[in-house]
Design a protein around this ligand. Structure first.
Ligand code: BG6
Length: 488
């Protein structure tokens, strides 16, 4: 019998994460094309606790966005200008002691339209410089190949991931990355692949107002992503021996509203349809049987090509990664229950939990539960690649941010991670969201801050872009230095 795990392993990968479409900015620099993130507007009349900020992006919304590139309306185009500040930012990550830095590559920086035969050299040079800078500090890169920013042209000309041609375009892109950056060991094929059903525009480039049978199209689109991911796993292994390639979902951990058997059954279904379907396919390499009934009852007929089944089987991932922000409730009779907001989807309010300023329900114990559940199911290493709390930070008169609430959030989650390790879970690492303040994915605002580093920028894009260390910066530095022992 293996000896009981007692602590964070010595080589535990502590770090932080960002995504290109929320951080890089420089949306039209050096040949980059527009991506889906660039056309998601900032809604000024924002109600922070609105259940679902992912309003359907329509043809009109895209048409407007193509004519307007203002920072006030389209903050993701400007991000926090990581494109020009990467050296300064990576130096700060190194000062915090990061062992790993998760970031995504902007697909439209490498293939501006997405369907070109040859990549944009200037884009590749940029990421080459980022990798060199990370290497200088001994920080391991963890690269997300596609994080909510497919080239907009692929949506407009090809209809997004519903079109099978996207698999070829993605593979051309992935091959360029694997060939050009052979030192990168850790990869993620798609960020939150279950966004394909919950946030379809940024996930798979689908628009409801262009579709006849929307749900069918979402599942067909994600089938194409599954195939692309499985092919990328195989290609990555071939081109970079020893590489570790993972899947990633937005983890919607859920509890039954009561001990009523119907509620427990609903919990099982929610877990299957929202979470396990995606990790089952990518980890086990085949479609789970519980989806047959779901597809039949929802009149969904997937088109699989000859060879797809074998591709999925041969392309099972090496590790399972996920984002974890909050937990949810399942009920067979949800109508009269109070609702609250959450990541990608809203849900029923849990009276036992506190929520963030955006209504996301904070649940550290749920993280331990999730880790146990996933490890039991797959027996593959896990990686928490996003966890954090969006908050309204205030600068004091000395330019400091006293973000105790953020430290409290992380302290409790890290405690539960340690419990899960004692439970026997094999956890590779932890990249907090976000390494530095960036533009929010759901609301495109700057005020929803997640970072340990404050960026002086307002929702309308004004500000000096100066980087300032929050109190949590020093706190996380100690956490990493003590390998999770000193939680302050
Ligand atoms: C995840 C995404 O859904 O949640 C990130 O992978 C995102 O891109 C994060 O930023 C937090 O969501 P938000 O909407 O608060 O930025």
């Amino acid at each position: 019998m293996e000896e009981m795990r007692r602590n964070f392993p010595e080589n535990f990968l502590w770090g932080g994460a960002i995504a290109a479409s929320q951080a890089e900015g420089a949306f039209n620099a050096d040949g980059r094309g527009l991506s889906v993130g660039d056309v998601v507007p900032y809604n000024k009349g924002l109600n922070r606790k609105e259940i679902n900020h992912h309003k359907n992006i329509s043809n009109e919304v895209i048409a407007l966005a193509i004519q307007d590139s203002s920072a006030a309306n389209y903050p993701k185009r400007y991000g926090i200008d990581f494109y020009h500040h990467y050296k300064e930012d990576i130096a700060l990550f190194a000062e915090m002691g990061f062992k790993v830095f998760r970031f995504s590559i902007s697909w439209s920086r490498i293939f501006p339209q997405g369907d070109e035969l040859l990549p944009n050299e200037a884009g590749l040079v940029f990421y080459g410089k980022v990798f060199a800078e990370l290497e200088k500090y001994g920080i391991e890169p963890l690269v997300t190949i596609s994080h909510f920013d497919m080239p907009l042209y692929l949506v407009e000309e090809y209809g997004g991931w519903l079109n099978r041609k996207l698999i070829d375009f993605y593979m051309r892109y992935a091959k360029v990355l694997f060939t050009r950056y052979p030192k990168v060991k850790y990869w993620i094929t798609f960020n939150e692949i279950n966004a394909s059903v919950f946030s379809t525009f940024k996930g798979v480039g689908l628009l409801k107002d262009r579709s006849a049978h929307f749900e069918q199209e979402c599942f067909q689109a994600v089938h194409h992503q599954f195939v692309a991911s499985a092919l990328a796993v195989q290609l990555g292994h071939e081109l970079i021996p020893g590489s570790q390639i993972g899947c990633m979902i937005a983890r919607f951990t859920t509890y039954a509203a009561t001990s009523k058997p119907e509620d427990v059954m609903q919990m099982l279904h929610d877990d299957q349809y929202r979470n396990f379907f995606f990790t089952d396919v990518q980890t086990r390499g085949y479609y789970p049987s519980y989806m047959d009934r779901y597809f039949a009852e929802h009149d969904i007929q997937l088109t699989l090509q000859q060879g797809d089944v074998e591709i999925l089987r041969a392309g099972a991932v090496d590790y399972v990664s996920f984002s974890y922000y909050m937990s949810m409730i399942s009920s067979a009779d949800p109508e009269h229950l109070e609702q609250t907001a959450g990541n990608l989807v809203g849900g029923i309010k849990n009276p036992h939990l506190q929520a963030s300023d955006w209504g996301w329900q904070i649940d550290p114990v749920g993280l331990r539960y999730t880790l146990n559940q996933l490890y039991d199911r797959y027996q593959k290493p896990l990686f928490i690649v996003e966890n954090g709390v969006g908050a309204l930070d205030q600068l004091d008169e000395h330019g400091n941010v006293h973000d105790e609430y953020r430290m409290d959030y992380f302290r409790e989650h890290i405690r539960q991670m340690k419990e899960a390790i004692l439970d026997g879970v094999d956890l590779l690492g932890y990249t907090i969201w976000s390494a530095i303040d960036i533009v929010s994915s759901s609301t495109s605002e700057m005020s929803k801050r997640y970072g340990f580093i404050y960026v002086d920028q307002n929702d309308d894009g004004s500000g000096t872009l100066n980087r300032l260390k929050k109190d949590s910066f020093y706190w996380y530095q100690k956490v990493i230095e003590s390998n999770g022992e000193d939680l302050g």
